[in-house]
Structure formats: C-alpha cells, structure tokens
Design a protein around this ligand. Structure first.
Ligand code: HXC
Length: 517
C-alpha cells in the first residue's frame, strides 16, 4: 500500500470508528426500544444524501474514571448541516449508544459550534435529544458546556427558528435547552423530560410516580404545556420537524416561504353563514371555522391537547404562512384563563419574531372567574397575551365571530392595540359584559322595585341585547373596519393580508421590554 493509500485508509478507519458509535450491541438495544440511532435520525430528518457531518473526529479529553481508555470519535453526538426540501438547516442528534448520549465538555461544544454557525448563517436549528444528561465523569466541565448551549439558545431566540425533538431521556437541567427553543416535539413512550426523576421525588415528597406519568409526551402535551407536539414514533416526529421548518423563514430577516395552492382566494365559505348557533350559549367547533378559511382546509395545530379553550396553529391563506389564534367555544365557553393566555402569548411572540402574519378568530365571553385563577395570577398571565399582541408588528387580522366581552375584547388583537384589519360577523357581540350580568348591575334597583321582577329582568335583558349584543356600535366608532358576511371571510382576509404584507410599523428603540412573566 502506498503512503497515500495508507493515509486514506487511516482516515476511513477513523470515520468508521466514529460512525460505529457505541457498537452493535448498543445499536441493537436502541432498535429494540423502537428508537432509531442518531445517524438514522439525521438521515431521516434531512433530504436524501444532503447531510454533511462536522466534528466527526472530536474526542473527549477526560482522564478520570479510566475514560482515556474509552474514547469514541464524535463523542456521542452527530452534528452538521443539510437540507429540508432544499433549504439549508443545522442539526444535531445525540447518540445514546455512546455514554448514554450524556453531555460532556466536547459533546457540548460540538452542539455550540452548530448553534454558532446557524446564527452566523441565519439557518434554523433542529436538535434531536436522547441523553442521560450531564456526563457524570466529566463533572463541572459538562455543566459548563450545558450553560454554553443555553446561552446560545437564548442568543439565537427570535433570530433563527429552533426546534427540539425529544426522542429519549432529557433530565435535570438538560431540559432547559429544549425549553428555550421555539417548539418541542416529544415521541410518545420513549421521550421523558423532568427536572428530578421519580426516585428523588419519592424521597423528597413521598409521591410515587412513573417516568411516563411524570414526564412523558402525554403529560407534557396535555398537563404542563412544555411540549408542543406528540409524535407516535421517531419517524413521525422527524416528519413533523420537516413540516414545521417548511412553514418558517430561515431567520428573522426573511419572510416565510409561500406554498402554492389551487384553492381560490375568493372561494365562498357558505358553511360559515350558519355555523354560529341561534342560541348564544350553544357551542360550535372553531376548528371548523379555521378549516373553512385556510387554503385547502389545512391547519397544523400547536399544543392541541393543552389549554384547549384557545386554539393556535399554522396554515396558509392565499399561499402565505399565517398563524391562527382562535377562542374555542367548545371548551370553557372559550374563556381566557392562565394556561390559554400563556399558550397564545408565546405563539403570538413566535409569529411576530419570524414575520408570520396573525389571524385572530374571536369568540370570548371574558376571563375565567374563580379563586384558582385569581390566586394563580390570571392578572399577570392575561397581561402576557395583551403585551404580546400589543408588541407584535406583523400584520394582525381579527374577525369577531360572536362574543367579544370585557377586557378580553381589548386583549384579543383589538384595533386599540393596533390590530390592522378588524371585522366582525353580524353575530358579533361587543360589550363590557353579557346581558345577564350587565342588567343585574345597572338595573339592580329597578328590578328590586318592579312588581314582577322576573318579567322586568327579561325585558331589560332583551333591551340590552338589542342595543349592545351586535357589532354596529363598534362599527360606528370605527373600532371595526367592517361587518362582513361570514361566507366572505376567506376572501376578505386574503385581500387584507395581501394589502398588509409590506406593512411597516416601528416601536421605540429600547434594550427590551419587560413582559410580565
Ligand atoms: C455518564 C451515563 C449517564 C451520565 C447514562 N450513562 N447516563 N454516563 N453520565 N449521565 C451511561 C450508562 O452508564 C450506560 O453506559 C449507558 O449510558 C446507558 O445507560 P443505562 O442506565 O444502561 O440505560 P437506561 O437503563 O436506558 O437508563 C437511561 C437513563 C439512566 C434513565 C438515562 O442511565 C440514568 O438515569 N442516567 C443518569 C441520569 C442523570 O441523573 N443524569 C444527570 C441529570 S442532571 P454503558 O457503558 O453501561 O452502556 C443533569 C444536569 C444537567 O443532567 C445540568 C445542566 C445545567
């Protein structure tokens, strides 16, 4: 063999060693758990043959605990870049077959390099997490690398989209990297996120809880709101990450990509003319309204199982990516509560950061009453949503379908906090509160002194409804740009969006605002 051939062979051997990870037995164990390996995940995430690895030859430099006798090039994380439907992204995938995917100094710095390059080039980052957390043998060096990652996640926040796919354990402080990123996708049954595990919890609080109940995909998808999507397996989690990336711009200086459609923008939505039930207290499913309005009825709901009294998600209108926020009258009558406020506020801020126009579909009787809500800080949480809408400078389009009562009217992208295009259906009701409550307050004495209190109450309620339970007072004040026929909603919104695409709106220069967290 010539010396050139020897060198080539040496390189190939080194790469092969890196690619082998923790060895066949551990790869088999990974497969037996229904999990793909890091490399398989990377290949599945990216377009065929587009993956370019970097740092395959990085090694840890720990000398304690005999670690120098077990050096695996790549150090337990596969990093690099590739394309998703032709658009460049950066990605990393932790390799559970190498030290349980645990994060040591060099493993962490590899992830940092990817984040730095993504920020420098303005490309999204997708992280595939499958790790036992801080590499115990490397001690504080692991913690240092974690914090370096957290810092970069924060620096990249609002500059490039960041998606975390949780495909195995993600424990302790390690959860804070995904928590800072824009979207968390968890794989059902195999992904677990928690700060302290079941054993510690048992010792400290005496509670007995399984990994799955404590921090599984269902828990974080429906109880805590930590995760945005639950996927049934690795493959569908990665398909979802691709779908999300397709919706977003590469960075905050770009507009989102458009998606061709054959759905005409002037398509009438006849079903919407009769979707609001005649009885004001009867619910309907706002998802039906969303599907009627958006291109091809396609809607990707975010956090579908958490705070279901508000619906948020992505779709297209006239080929443009849009973010939709809609009260859901089917759940808690569509009231705003603590979780719904948090959910919608974070969504609004993501859309604003990445130039995604917002469509708000409003049917809200107000904020949810109760000591739970008040003591839990509904004032603080509701303020987040108000703040997020007022701060957002992307095109904001609002349709009042039915109720727009009280503070919730102001909060939900009203004209006064700079909604750009605000319309109502004829079924819109814009008032300080519902007729029943209002009549009890302003006509208290009159009802008390009436010969027939019931009759008087009914008469006054009807009178109030006639005067205020409609959109025309607000239209007369210019708080609404128009009252439209529901069947026209798609056409009117698409035209307004087209008109608003080049909108520019500035806010005073400042270091940053102080959102009520
Ligand atoms: C080093 C680790 C490791 C770790 C796992 N391994 N976690 N090595 N540091 N943190 C190794 C194991 O020694 C084993 O090596 C291999 O990975 C697979 O682990 P198993 O335990 O055999 O796998 P499994 O039964 O599936 O259990 C997985 C696990 C468990 C639930 C993740 O390993 C575990 O509880 N690990 C510790 C988790 C933890 O407490 N991490 C610290 C969290 S605190 P071999 O050679 O046998 O294959 C934290 C702080 C971050 O992360 C702070 C940031 C600010």
């Amino acid at each position: 063999m010539s010396s050139t051939e020897q060198r080539l062979q040496d390189l190939r051997n080194r790469k092969a060693r890196s690619e082998a990870g923790g060895g066949q037995a551990r790869v088999d164990a990974q497969h037996n758990r229904g999990k793909m390996t890091a490399r398989e995940r990377m290949e599945m995430l990216l377009d065929d043959g587009s993956f370019q690895e970097i740092d395959a030859l990085v090694e840890h430099r720990c000398r304690d605990f005999n670690m120098d006798t077990n050096v695996i090039p790549g150090d337990g994380v596969v990093t690099g870049h590739g394309t998703i439907n032709g658009r460049e992204v950066f990605a990393f995938a932790q390799d559970f077959t190498v030290y349980g995917g645990s994060l040591g100094e060099m493993h962490g710095l590899k992830i940092c390099k990817v984040l730095d390059m993504a920020l420098k080039t303005g490309r999204p980052v997708i992280g595939m997490n499958d790790s036992g957390g801080a590499r115990i043998q490397e001690g504080v060096a692991s913690l240092g690398s974690y914090a370096e990652i957290f810092f970069r996640n924060v620096r990249a926040s609002g500059v490039v989209p960041q998606i975390s796919v949780i495909m195995g354990p993600c424990a302790g402080g390690a959860v804070y990297s995904p928590a800072i990123t824009d979207f968390v996708i968890m794989v059902d049954q195999t992904a677990h996120m928690f700060i302290t595990g079941p054993e510690v919890i048992k010792t400290v609080t005496n509670e007995v809880v399984s990994f799955e109940d404590l921090g599984g995909a269902m828990t974080h998808g429906s109880k805590s709101g930590v995760s945005h999507f639950t996927a049934s397996d690795d493959e569908s989690a990665l398909a979802l990450a691709r779908e999300l990336t397709d919706l977003f711009p590469q960075n905050n200086l770009e507009r989102p990509p458009t998606k061709k459609t054959s759905d005409p923008i002037d398509r009438k939505c006849d079903a919407l003319d009769t979707i609001i039930p005649d009885v004001a207290t009867k619910p309907y499913d706002v998802l039906d309204v969303i599907a009627e309005i958006l291109d091809d009825g396609a809607f990707l709901e975010v956090q579908a199982d958490w705070a279901q009294n508000i619906v948020v998600g992505f779709g297209h209108l006239g080929s443009q990516t849009v973010g939709v926020v809609a009260n859901q009258p089917k759940v808690l009558a569509g009231c705003l509560d603590i979780d719904a406020s948090d959910k919608a506020a974070r969504f609004v801020r993501f859309c604003d950061a990445f130039n995604i126009p917002l469509i708000t579909l409003e049917d809200v009787p107000g904020f949810l009453p109760g000591t739970n809500q008040e003591w839990g800080g509904i004032i603080r949480h509701g303020a987040k949503l108000l703040y997020a809408y007022a701060e957002a400078t992307v095109p904001k389009l609002t349709v009042i379908l039915r109720k727009a009562y009280g503070g919730a009217y102001d909060v939900m992208s009203s004209k006064h906090i700079r909604g750009d295009y605000n319309v109502a259906w004829p079924t819109g009701e814009l008032a300080v509160m519902g007729a029943d409550g209002a009549v009890e307050i302003i006509h208290k004495r009159r009802i008390a002194h009436a010969r027939n209190a019931e009759q008087e109450r009914a008469r006054l309620t009807e009178d109030f409804n006639e005067k205020f339970a409609n959109p025309y007072k607000a239209a007369a004040l210019g708080y609404l740009d128009d009252v439209i026929e529901p069947s026209e909603t798609r056409r009117r919104l698409a035209r307004a969006l087209d008109m608003l695409l080049d909108k520019e709106e500035l806010r005073p220069a400042r270091k940053h605002g102080n959102i009520p967290l």
